[in-house]
Design a protein around this ligand. Structure first.
Ligand code: NI
Length: 170
């Protein structure tokens, strides 16, 4: 009887171990992926916006390219679009004019506001809505990530290490 009970306990234990292994291998839900990647790219861009030297906000790799500050404003334009389009509004992408955000502080304030507005919209959406559509979140995340890569080059061109690459160097 004791042996049977022990085997029963073992079977339960093995079952739990299997369940936890399955849970680890289970793909993230669509909702978790969309929310997670959107939050992650905005966090990394905001880290850069706060970290990049104010006197280099006008820097660009080539004269015809956007300055560092203008790239951040461009990314913020995407969040503004997402905040509206995510509510189901039929909106166009309204590009914010970087001339209206002259200082590092103004650019950071704009980016923070755009992120919180987009997050406020995202929070109103039930997880099930992402089974119907991952837009505008996927497009805006992809767009921000594309420009994030450019900002990495702006860092390196200035002899600076991007924030996301620092922790591995300790
Ligand atoms: Ni763009």
């Amino acid at each position: 009887m004791k042996a049977v009970r022990a085997m029963g306990a073992l079977a339960v234990f093995a079952g739990l171990a299997l369940l936890s292994a399955l849970a680890q291998n289970a793909p993230r839900s669509t909702s978790d992926s969309v929310r997670g990647h959107f939050a992650s790219i905005n966090r990394r861009v905001l880290d850069m916006a706060k970290d990049f030297p104010a006197d280099k906000y006008d820097y660009s790799l080539k004269p015809e390219m956007r300055s560092f500050g203008a790239v951040i404003v461009h990314i913020a334009s995407g969040n503004v679009y997402a905040a509206k389009a995510g509510r189901g509004e039929n909106v166009n992408w309204d590009e914010l004019d970087p001339k209206n955000y002259k200082t590092k502080e103004e650019v950071i304030t704009l980016l923070e506001r755009s992120i919180s507005d987009a997050n406020a919209t995202l929070e109103t959406l039930p997880d099930s809505s992402f089974a119907k559509s991952v837009e505008p979140w996927l497009s805006v995340t992809e767009h921000s990530a594309e420009h994030y890569g450019l900002l990495v080059a702006y860092y390196r061109a200035n002899g600076l290490v991007p924030p996301a690459s620092r922790s591995t160097k300790r």
